[in-house]
Ligand binder design. Structure first.
Ligand code: AMP
Length: 116
């Protein structure tokens, strides 16, 4: 299993600002936030490098990440204001950590995106 910095966070080998945890998902604040709220949600028990590596039998994990992000948004009181979830896949999307993760961005109106 390929280890990453997120594996070290799961094992509490390096510090992180953990804000959400359930049986399957860990959520922690991004170290370089791109919005007032920027939390990363990762699977705790599987290391899947990219979305392109996700197998059909693992599809439920993406739902768990999304549900964790939505639960966090409700818990923190900004669900009604809105938020964005993002998953970067490989180089052109700027993926830097190869342990599948969902970005949750919120806390202010977010610019639209798409063009380089
Ligand atoms: P991505 O570009 O989609 O691979 O996102 C990886 C994210 O992980 C980036 O937004 C980084 O700022 C973030 N990151 C890297 N190392 C850490 C860390 N030790 N704690 C929290 N976030 C991190």
């Amino acid at each position: 299993m390929t280890d990453t910095i997120f594996g070290k966070i799961i094992r509490r080998e390096i510090p992180a600002s953990i804000v959400y945890e359930d049986d399957d998902v860990l959520g922690f604040k991004d170290i370089a936030p791109q919005a007032p709220v920027h939390v990363l949600f990762i699977p705790k028990h599987e290391v899947i490098p990219t979305l392109d590596d996700l197998q059909p039998a693992q599809a439920h994990l993406i739902g768990k990440l999304a549900l964790a992000a939505a639960a966090y948004a409700r818990r923190e009181g900004f669900a009604q204001d809105g938020y964005r979830i993002v998953m970067n896949c490989r180089e052109n999307a700027g993926q830097t950590v190869f342990h599948i993760h969902l970005h949750l961005l919120a806390g202010a109106p977010l610019g639209h995106f798409g063009a380089p």
